[in-house]
Design a binder for this molecule. Structure first.
Ligand code: 5AD
Ligand code: SF4
Length: 431
């Protein structure tokens, strides 16, 4: 979502004659678009701010430094106190005001050099104020934000406090943005939301649509592929599950984080489902679309997690046979309920558990990828490869696939024989 937001910020600034530069020393404005999900992500921003200031060999005196995103939203004035070089702080819900904010910090009276901090949750929906997608060549696979915020309040998570309450963009906005992306060359659209499958918005004639209706309507556009991320198991209803069968453009890949395989920990996390309910969802999906690849997120070392709880998580990984997964050590986030829970787990134990879990996931991914050796996959070519005369794309299961070919094939759907498997990617030849 930060990639999406970053693109939109760029589009907002283009009319003010800003263009991207590769070297921060050439910049007149630097925006750090930040993530607050784990402590490491937050700390990175402070070291980056320190480095940016020190790294300026030849700083233009009036280069402005802005911090955007969820760290900005959560830290606010504290950011300015810890990093006085910052001129502007704004959150994920106020970036549509970027042109006015730039004006304000540019023309501030001398002496009034306090930073501008804009982290109020605005009354007006930012999407209504954003310009149309710029008429530029779009990536073959493009992001489209359809839903933002979260009301689930998992006890470990900061998102409800930084991205605000759950809100769904109206279908008319989404469909028109999808058309703009398609006109600019997108062949695949990835619908984004913190809880994308909780999308429940105004339909085209003022009635309410659920997420499956939105997917169906979008699939009628001139597009090859559709995906969505990230889904919550609680909102994975039967109608949505059936889309994996009814809508061929919807790719057989679902990112469905479980976080833990222990019912006790799931309860303490306030996830709102049990291990059994999660498995039931996976079984239903595989019943109607057996090849669906499942990916997940895992947290190890949540407060109170015993060896048995951890082993339950290891069991679920074996059971689900994940195609891919992200895994993290539990990271204390100030202000969240889990931060003050008893039985916090020591760093060493977290590290050991993460290591074991990642070994298992790697082996699960390897087994998944190896099952494609010798088979033919439909690949959407996205870009030039690293080597000469090589192109790269994605399989329906989101695997990176590299093959020999001319870059005039970018944007095409090609059948590719899979001949070789490396750790994170597949290699093949065009049929
Ligand atoms: N500690 C560790 N991981 C976290 N995540 C969210 N909050 C935390 C935290 N406090 C992980 C979850 C989520 C992913 C985006 O980040 O697994 O699904
Ligand atoms: Fe955070 Fe996801 Fe839980 Fe919402 S559902 S609180 S975004 S982990």
């Amino acid at each position: 979502m930060n990639v999406y937001d970053g693109d939109r910020m760029h589009e907002l600034l283009s009319p003010l004659n800003y263009k991207r530069v590769d070297d921060p020393n050439d910049a007149e404005l630097i925006i750090l678009n930040t993530c607050h999900i784990r402590e490491k992500a937050t700390e990175k921003i402070y070291s980056e701010l320190g480095r940016l200031k020190k790294g300026f060999n030849n700083p233009k005196k009036n280069t402005k430094i802005a911090v955007a995103g969820c760290v900005a939203q959560a830290e606010g004035e504290e950011l300015v106190r810890r990093a006085p070089s910052v001129d502007l702080v704004f959150g994920p819900l106020t970036y549509h005001q970027l042109p006015e904010m730039i004006q304000e910090i540019t023309y501030r009276k001398k002496g009034k050099n306090k930073a501008l901090v804009n982290i109020e949750f605005p009354a007006r929906d930012k999407f209504l104020s954003l310009p149309e997608r710029a008429n530029k060549k779009e990536a073959v696979s493009a992001f489209l934000s359809v839903q933002e915020g979260c009301d689930k309040f998992c006890t470990f998570c900061v998102v409800p406090y930084t991205r605000g309450v759950e809100s769904s963009r109206p279908a008319v906005q989404i469909i028109s943005e999808a058309k703009e992306l398609i006109n600019n060359g997108a062949k695949e659209i990835i619908l984004l939301g913190q809880n994308v499958n909780a999308w429940n918005g105004e339909g085209l004639s003022g009635n309410r649509w659920d997420f499956s209706e939105l997917i169906k309507r979008l699939s009628e556009l001139n597009i090859d592929r559709l995906r969505f991320t990230t889904s919550h198991p609680k909102d994975m209803n039967n109608k949505l599950i059936r889309c994996f069968f009814n809508i061929p453009k919807l790719q057989p890949y679902l990112h469905l984080p479980i976080q833990s395989g222990s019912n006790k920990i799931l309860k303490a996390m306030n996830r709102g489902y049990s291990k059994q309910q999660y498995i039931e969802i996976i079984e239903k999906i595989r019943d109607i679309r057996p090849d669906t690849a499942i990916s997940g997120d895992f947290i190890v070392g949540f407060p109170g997690e015993t060896e048995d709880d951890f082993n339950d998580t290891m069991d679920i990984i074996k059971k689900v046979r994940y195609a891919h997964a992200y895994s993290f050590k539990y990271s204390t986030r100030p202000g969240t309920p889990a931060a003050s829970m008893d039985l916090q787990i020591d760093e060493e134990t977290k590290k050991e558990r993460l290591f074991k879990l990642q070994e298992l996931i790697t082996s699960s991914m390897k087994t998944f990828n190896e099952s494609f050796l010798g088979r033919t996959l439909e690949i959407l070519v996205e870009k030039q490869g690293f080597e000469e005369n090589q192109i790269s794309g994605r399989s329906p299961y989101l695997q990176s696939v590299h093959m020999e070919g001319h870059n005039s094939l970018i944007g095409e759907l090609l059948n590719v024989d899979i001949l070789k498997i490396r750790e994170n990617s597949l290699f093949g030849t065009i049929v």
